[in-house]
Structure formats: C-alpha cells, structure tokens
Design a binder for this molecule. Structure first.
Ligand code: GDP
Length: 333
C-alpha cells in the first residue's frame, strides 16, 4: 500500500515525539533533491530549530579498517545501557562520486541498531561532498530535535570530509591504526588542528605493543608540531573489539566538551560554524548550478578539448564558461 503523504505538521510532531516511523522519513525528506521536498524540508527545519542544539556532537574519523564501526557500536552500547539516546550519522566521501561506499553498510552495527535508544543512519548518497555534508548537518539538527543527546558523525580519514565533519561537530575523535605512527607523515598539522582526541585502536593481543608505540609517537608529534598549547589533543589507546578503554576515550571527549561549554567556547564555536556553513552551502549550490547550466553544458566539452590540445589557455576558457553562466566581468586577479 502507498504510504500516506505527511504534512509538515506531521513531520514536526513525529520528529518531536521521536516517532521512529516518522524520523527516517523526515531524514529522507531532508536528503531529497526534489525542489518541492527541499522547500518542505526547509520549512520543517526552521520549525525544528528552536529544539536543536542540545546534543553533544562528536565527529569520528579513521582510515578504512581502523575500527570505526566496532568502536561506535561498543561506545553506543555503553551509552544506551546508561539510558542515553544516541544517533549515528555518516559522511561518506565516496558516495557522491562513484555511487559506491567506503563506509559501507551500517548493518555492521547490528547490535546497536537493535537498541531502542539508538538510531543509525547511513550517509546520504547523492551529490557533491559539500551537499552530502550539508544534508548530514541538517539531519544532525533533526536528531537533536528528536531528543538524541549524543550525535556521532562518522567519516573516513581523508582531508576534505574530515574538515566538513569537524565543521558540524563540537569535538573530534580520530581513530588510528597501530603501526601508522611509524609514518609520522600520516599525522598532518591540519588533522592535529581538528582533533581533540586521538585513540589508537586495536591495543590488544598481537598489536598491543605496536599500538602503544604509535600512541607514544603521536604524543611526540603533537609536541613537536603544535608546541605548547592550551588544549593539545589527548592521545589514548583502546581496544574496540574487546571493549577496553572505550569508556576512557569517551571520557576524554566529554571532558573536552565540558571544558568548552563552561568556558563559553562552545557557543562561540557553533556560531562560527554557522557562518562558515552559510558560505559552504552557497559555494556548493553555485557549483551545482554551474554544472547544470544548459549553456555551460553545451560548450564545456569543446572548450575542454581546446584546453587539452593546448590551443586555448585555461584562463580564456574559464572566462567563456563564466560569461555563459552569467558572470559579466572577468575576475581580476
Ligand atoms: P571500519 O572500517 O573503520 O569501520 O573498521 P571495522 O570496525 O569494520 O573494523 C575492521 C576490522 O578490524 C574488523 O575485522 C574488526 O573486527 C577489527 N577490529 C576492530 N576493532 C578492533 C580492535 O580493537 N582489536 C582488534 N584486534 N581488531 C579490531
């Protein structure tokens, strides 16, 4: 049977009641690229906005295989056992490009998914990374309005998607593989500036020593790269598989959050994030508009081949494309 269409009021009431039949549909509405759905989603979000902002928002990144799902499941089960409500969202940087997925199927966290106090949502799949991230950010707000107290946003450890997740969260946790510390190239200044807590996972059995060594090396790298700082990232080891020190990692995250909140830094951080999102959304929509523009689509391949052949400088091709798009003046540099 076809499901009844929901009104904005239905969505609003359903989300506020955390009606588990309505919440996923509200998130589907948010993720939709249909212009009419987008308008309804904007109205819904505006209505929900006064009820948002009450969760701890935590970004979690790690290379494929670092143990993100295992860690999130262990942490989520601990938190739900304490009666806390946890939502897990994901930003998959591969989803927009290939239609494939690095983060994979969230049925991996099947035990957590079965908890009534947990909600797991896979990454939105269509669009640019910016679009995927911006929809995830809106989903985060919806989950807050539904009363989730902890929102975990998972992503893969590659530059741009980590930055976008850091832009929507209060604290950032990087899960590392033991052994990765051998290669200090692996720890970039950029990542160090994003993270609050580094947890070297798989600190058990055969990889225990390697994990401890890696943790030590990260400590040294932090010291030498960042120097003296008020809040240097904290480094811990854990074993998500055996649920060892997952609680300690969470405590470190929470400590960071509490310190930010009581110092007034949290409110300031969230306000700055809002303004950066404004511009990120504008840039993303402009890129999409450029890509979809019929005139641009007509001329782009021809101009690309001319640039490829070396018969037209990229600057001239760019001016032609932008003029076609409607930008009158060539950009002065
Ligand atoms: P993800 O790709 O980052 O989500 O990683 P997964 O959570 O799927 O874990 C990848 C593999 O590492 C799986 O086979 C896990 O069982 C294993 N794994 C995860 N955490 C640990 C751990 O703490 N210790 C050990 N020994 N293996 C782990």
């Amino acid at each position: 049977p076809r499901r009844r269409q929901l009104t904005t009021e239905d969505y609003f009431v359903g989300v506020r009641d955390c009606d588990i039949t309505v919440l996923p549909r509200a998130l589907t509405l948010i993720e939709s690229n249909n212009p009419e759905h987008q308008r309804q989603a904007e109205t819904l979000l505006t209505r929900l906005l006064p009820y948002t902002g009450n969760a701890i928002r935590v970004g979690i990144s790690g290379a494929p295989g670092a143990g993100k799902s295992t860690f999130i499941e262990a942490l989520g089960l601990q938190l739900t056992a304490q009666g806390r409500r946890v939502a897990v969202l994901a930003v998959d940087p591969s989803s927009g490009i290939s239609g494939g997925s690095i983060l994979g199927d969230k049925t991996r966290m099947s035990r957590l998914a079965a908890e009534p106090n947990a909600y797991i949502r896979p990454s939105p799949s269509a669009g640019t990374l910016g679009g995927v991230a911006s929809k995830t950010r809106e989903s985060l707000l919806v989950c807050e309005a539904a009363g989730y107290e902890i929102v975990l946003v998972e992503t893969v450890g590659v530059g741009q998607s980590e930055t976008m997740v850091a832009e929507m969260t209060d604290c950032f946790l990087a899960l590392m593989l033991p052994g990765a510390g051998d290669d200090l190239q692996g720890i970039k200044r950029g990542l160090l500036e994003l993270v609050d807590v580094i947890a070297v996972n798989k600190a058990d059995s055969a990889t225990l020593k390697a994990a401890e060594l890696a943790a030590h090396q990260y400590e040294m790298a932090i010291h030498s790269i960042l120097g003296k700082q008020d809040h240097p990232p904290q480094v811990l080891t854990c074993s998500a598989l055996h649920d060892q020190r997952v609680d300690a990692v969470w405590q470190a995250v929470q400590q960071r959050y509490t310190a930010m909140k009581s110092g007034g830094d949290l409110a300031a951080k969230r306000s700055r994030q809002q303004v950066r999102w404004l511009w990120a959304i504008i840039e993303d929509r402009m890129k999409q508009a450029l890509r979809k523009h019929p005139g641009v689509r007509r001329i782009r391949e021809g101009l690309e081949s001319e640039v490829l052949a070396g018969s037209l400088p990229p600057e001239a091709a760019a001016s032609k494309i932008l003029q076609t798009f409607g930008m009158q003046e060539p950009c002065g540099i």
